[in-house]
Write a protein that binds this ligand. Structure first.
Ligand code: AMP
Ligand code: MG
Length: 422
């Protein structure tokens, strides 16, 4: 497109006035999505990335008993006197898992290993590097030590009855470790949402088939499959659906019977042979939106029975942008997870970026750290919504809010790293 045409007044675009904002679109999606209710009890290893159903309270203290943080000598500080060196009798050894059973009296000490229970009668562990074994076999320790030294107190990590993992948390590897440290072998988590997806368009050919004139390969199902595979959802690939009313209706109906969320790409821009709208209106409800974002302006939200339908645009980059901004939060809501805003980082622009005010833009960038450890970001070539290589070369979106009117090198911008996982 030439300079002249892109800078034409906005009245050439009849939809500008009807656009809704990104936030408004998110609110409307949240009003429609009902979190999955069903739960399952699973061994904790299978709970990774799943959503915790009920707050987990600790059944006991962690660590359960006071133990040594170091290899050294367990002593009573009282034994050490006010100054100078004290010689103590070593009366035994405490190993991790094999405690020293007796009492430690004044003038005595016990050799102790990291993780071993603190024997009765002592209140400090002196590191072995700070003790000396005399020729007589006695243990020589100076007076420069304090009560509690090198002792991990019972309950120091977690106290019995404390909430350790809230409901709605998506479980991380560290959470699994915390559960294991409490002896919890199984946990109740929300079931995974089921997400079905398909592409629409008579121009689409599946990979592996020859490309006839006027046809293009279907790439959207591959990006969608990739992004969904990184999330804790079950996925159903329904293939390419032709631009034909009966086929569209059948696909939507069978998808609604199986899936909590149905995604399509293409067929939602105004003015084209549009089969999604009549099919949806027949078997469910639908809203067609123009969202004030670029790329990704047309989007459809619908409902078929209990299933939510999100019709994404057809352009490959717009699919990935709308997925990151709308589908990821929709899946979070559906999963019963507590909502998070995407993490945005400040970065210094390396390039000038063209932008008109009025819309949120998600340009594709490569973010790197500069010599001062600060983020800097450059763009990945042409930014057309069909240019998928602009995504595959990028590692982040350069997020330009509606008010921004172009960016010059050196300006501060916000970036959102690609992260299709939850
Ligand atoms: P549509 O919204 O259906 O008009 O599609 C917008 C643009 O995206 C058109 O140029 C389509 O050919 C292209 N497109 C739609 N679906 C796909 C797909 N699955 N893979 C690649 N390009 C697509
Ligand atoms: Mg189409």
């Amino acid at each position: 497109m030439s300079e002249k045409i892109t800078s034409a007044p906005s009245c050439v675009d009849p939809f500008d006035g009807e656009s809704i904002s990104l936030d408004e679109a998110l609110i409307r999606i949240s009003e429609r999505v009902v979190p999955v209710h069903a739960c399952e009890r699973l061994p904790i290893r299978e709970c990774l990335s799943r959503v915790n159903n009920e707050a987990v309270k600790s059944p006991h203290n962690v660590p359960p008993h006071s133990n040594s943080a170091m290899d050294g000598f367990a002593v009573a500080i009282d034994s050490l006197g006010d100054g100078g060196i004290t010689e103590l009798d070593e009366i035994g050894t405490a190993y991790a898992g094999v405690p020293f059973e007796g009492d430690v009296a004044r003038g005595q000490c016990v050799r102790i290993m990291t993780g071993a229970l603190i024997p009765a009668g002592v209140d400090a562990v002196v590191m072995q590097e700070q003790a000396e074994v005399a020729e007589s076999g006695k243990i020589r320790i100076d007076a420069d030590h304090r009560v509690g030294e090198n002792i991990r107190q019972a309950g120091e990590d977690v106290r019995k009855g404390d909430t350790v993992i809230d409901a709605g948390v998506r479980l991380s590897p560290a959470d699994l470790g915390v559960l294991a440290s409490l002896g919890i072998a199984q946990l109740q988590v929300k079931r995974k949402p089921v997400v079905a997806f398909f592409s629409t368009g008579d121009e689409l050919v599946a990979v592996g088939e020859p490309l006839e004139p006027g046809k293009i390969y279907d790439s959207n199902r591959y990006t969608l499959h990739g992004m969904l595979s990184r999330m804790a959802v079950d996925i159903i690939d329904l293939g390419v659906v032709p631009d034909e009313p009966q086929a569209m209706r059948d696909t939507l109906e069978s998808a609604a019977a199986k899936a909590d969320l149905i995604l399509s790409t293409g067929g939602v821009s105004v003015g084209e042979a549009d089969y999604i709208k009549p099919a949806l209106e027949e078997i469910g409800t639908t809203e067609f939106w123009k969202i004030a974002i670029k790329p990704g302006r047309p989007l459809t939200l619908g409902q078929i029975g209990a299933s939510v339908f999100i019709g994404l645009p057809g352009n490959p980059v717009a699919v990935m942008v709308t997925f990151s901004q709308f589908v990821v939060p929709a899946i979070e809501m559906l999963s019963g997870a507590s909502l998070r805003r995407p993490a945005l980082f400040n970065a210094r622009a390396l390039d000038s970026l063209r932008k008109r005010p009025g819309r949120y833009e998600f340009q594709r960038g490569v973010a790197t750290l500069d010599d001062n450890g600060e983020w800097q970001v450059g763009k990945t070539g042409k930014q057309g919504s069909g240019i998928l290589t602009s995504m595959s070369r990028a590692n982040c979106f350069i997020v330009l809010p509606d008010v921004v009117d172009g960016v010059e090198p050196g300006d501060q911008v916000k970036i959102q790293f690609f992260d299709w996982s939850l």
